[in-house]
Design a binder for this molecule. Structure first.
Ligand SMILES: NC(=O)c1ccc[n+]([C@@H]2O[C@H](COP(=O)([O-])OP(=O)(O)OC[C@H]3O[C@@H](n4cnc5c(N)ncnc54)[C@H](OP(=O)(O)O)[C@@H]3O)[C@@H](O)[C@H]2O)c1
Length: 247
């Protein structure tokens, strides 16, 4: 198949492009650094010519409320219009587990807008909602840091290795569109404060985690349901400790 990976130079995109090429597909890796800009439309029509599937794993360079909403709205609109014109038969997008429960955050309002545009478009689709990537745990610590203290709630989450996200996306990309949403999570439910603490000690980071049930996660107050998937997510096999010892 000819498959276009939007965000093909990113964390997930790079791995997905490699996996799909290994399976013999004709893959176009697309991003600004590779000559395709979903905001201006530069290079989009050329990239899509003859493509059966487009996978959107791009992310906004800015997470500021207005900027991130503009990014996901404009990018998704431009992609879906170009896909309809090129006769693309499947739009796959990567979103986040719990997006609809996290709308007090500008980032998640933007992801919700992206999902709604996909659902309203005539292009057949599959939305894959993943939990937090292991590679994002350092970013979670950073966002909750004040001096030498990292203040986080003990809310449960079920993070996943980015390798497992890329592998699961391959399965979705080569299958028929679901016109629906699937959830994707790691193998274990873990507490946010404990996991970040474990990451900091393993990386010999001197910051200390302070548990606070009201501490915000990117501006959001969490409970054990906020970030965890529903009853039947697809599960990535890699455990956090195994990833940590390998990284
Ligand atoms: N982080 C998490 O824990 C997590 C969890 C669940 C879901 N997700 C979702 O996973 C997706 C991918 O995340 P990631 O961490 O792999 O992203 P990333 O590493 O930040 O990569 C973002 C990609 O988007 C491209 N991009 C940015 N602006 C663009 C534009 N105007 N036109 C074309 N390409 C553009 C970037 O390339 P250029 O800079 O070259 O344009 C890059 O290839 C996101 O949609 C995110 O919401 C993330």
């Amino acid at each position: 198949m000819k498959i276009v990976v939007i965000g093909g130079s990113g964390l997930i995109g790079t791995k997905l492009v490699k996996n799909l090429r290994q399976q013999g597909h004709d893959v176009v890796a697309a991003s600004r650094s590779l000559g395709v800009d979903t905001l201006t439309g530069k290079g989009l029509a050329e990239a899509m010519t003859g493509a059966q599937v487009v996978v959107d794993v791009a992310n906004s360079p800015s997470w500021e409320d207005k900027a991130v909403l503009e990014f996901f709205e404009t990018s998704s609109r431009n992609l879906l219009v170009a896909e309809a014109a090129a006769g693309v038969g499947h739009h796959v997008a990567l979103s986040v587990v719990g997006t609809d429960r996290l709308l007090a955050s500008g980032y998640f309002r933007a992801k919700m807008a992206q999902e709604n545009l996909i659902k309203a478009s005539p292009v057949p689709y599959t939305i894959v909602r993943a939990t937090q990537f292991f590679e994002f745990v350092g970013g979670i610590a950073q966002s909750a840091t004040d001096g030498q203290t990292v203040r986080l709630p003990p809310a449960l989450f079920q993070p996943i290795a980015s390798d497992d996200v890329a592998a699961a996306l391959v399965q979705v990309v080569v299958a028929a569109p679901l016109n629906g949403t699937v959830e994707l999570a790691g193998p274990e439910r873990l507490a946010l404060d404990k996991l970040v603490g474990r990451f900091l000690s393993a990386t010999r980071d001197p910051r200390e985690v302070v548990t606070d049930v009201h501490a915000r996660y990117f501006g959001l107050e969490l409970n054990d349901q906020s970030l965890t998937p529903g009853d039947s997510p697809r599960i990535g096999p890699t455990r956090f400790e195994d990833w940590l010892s390998r990284s």
